[in-house]
Design a protein around this ligand. Structure first.
Ligand SMILES: [Ca+2]
Length: 149
């Protein structure tokens, strides 16, 4: 805060702080980009995301798996789209979404390199869903997985 006051003056700093507090309190309203944090190869190390967010990750090897976990606040269709950052992508991906409450897979998709894949399933309130993503080789590009309702 000292540097903020130095740069912008006391009133501006107070306004900036108020704005930051507003943005923090309202952050759930906005879609976020959630970059993967390794290790995330299993359910217990899954990276947390919210519906409306886009998860970004990168296959580091054929044995790498990336796991993201989210819940839903209502009973309705959950949609998603998986897409590459670059059309030069050469890694083929598989995507599974696992319902941790019913122990069933609700999405199972193969995604050829460089292509988009839309998917959807019926979400159940309070259920915990794990998105599990794997590539067949290392990639230099991020994949994107948007989940929305
Ligand atoms: Ca991983």
């Amino acid at each position: 805060m000292m540097s903020m006051k130095f740069l912008f003056g006391k009133k501006t700093a107070a306004f900036a702080l108020a704005l930051m507090l507003f943005l923090v309190s309202a952050s759930s309203v906005f879609a976020a980009a959630v970059f993967e944090t390794e290790p995330n190869d299993s359910a217990v190390t899954a990276n947390t995301m919210s519906i409306g967010d886009t998860a970004l990750g990168k296959s580091s090897s054929a044995s790498d798996q990336d796991t993201f976990v989210f819940t839903t606040g209502n009973n309705s269709t959950i949609n998603g789209v998986f897409y590459p950052t670059s059309t030069s992508e050469t890694t083929n991906y598989v995507l599974f979404i696992y319902d941790g409450n019913t122990n069933t897979y609700v999405v199972s998709e193969s995604i050829p390199a460089g292509t988009n894949k839309n998917f959807s399933f019926t979400g159940t309130i309070g259920h915990v869903y794990y998105a599990i993503i794997g590539g067949d080789r290392a990639s230099t590009y991020y994949y994107n997985m948007l989940i929305y309702q």
